[in-house]
Write a protein of this length. Structure first.
Length: 198
């Protein structure tokens, strides 16, 4: 009942090889002044990477994936735009607290570097009422957990509802974890979709 969906795509090596190299070079340029992060430290880029040439190919992949999600959901709208796109780099020991992405329909993330120990994302139960009474359980299952841990790898592209709370555990590897996040929204929201439904 009332499923919460996360869509997982795996880009083929021939699709992502040159694309990933171009994005990593561009991020290196953006990080010139902070090329080395201290342990437990994170870095985020500007929020308009999708407008930079090195990220256009990823933005196209994201857009195509988002359109497939709209078709799957039988949405009455067949256009959606990337409204923000940024890189996140987590040094060893760094984490990202639970959060959501308001004022968007879909959010997602693409993984450029996921060393062992830095290759998961957590999705949290959006039903706040389930925390009212939480008796102990004898074993965790899909039916009683309040968090789903999803394993990712280099080239994984995830899409999920922008309201879905998610977090990243502390990077337990000795390398940086590098990902590109993005938000998507209907371009005609103010003129068409936000009208009353009655």
């Amino acid at each position: 009942m009332f499923p919460t969906l996360v869509w997982k795509f795996q880009l083929k090596p021939q699709v992502r090889r040159t694309m990933d190299q171009a994005m990593l070079r561009a991020l290196g340029e953006l990080r010139r002044e902070r090329a080395v992060l201290a342990p437990h430290e994170g870095w985020q880029s500007e929020r308009a990477l999708h407008e930079r040439e090195a990220f256009v190919e990823l933005a196209t992949c994201v857009h195509e994936a988002a359109l497939s999600v709209l078709r799957f959901l039988r949405s009455g709208h067949d256009t959606i735009l990337v409204t923000g796109c940024w890189a996140s780099v987590l040094a060893p020991g760094a984490a990202h607290r639970s959060h959501a992405h308001p004022n968007n329909y879909l959010s997602g993330v693409y993984y450029l570097s996921t060393p062992p120990g830095a290759d998961t994302i957590n999705f949290h139960d959006p039903r706040v009422q389930t925390a009212v009474i939480r008796p102990p359980v004898t074993a965790l299952s899909a039916e009683n957990t309040d968090q789903v841990v999803l394993r990712v790898e280099r080239g994984t592209l995830l899409l999920f509802p922008a309201w879905l709370q998610h977090s990243v555990d502390a990077n337990a590897s000795e390398e940086e974890r590098v990902s590109i996040s993005f938000n998507l929204m209907f371009p005609d929201f103010a003129t068409a979709l936000s009208k009353p439904l009655w």
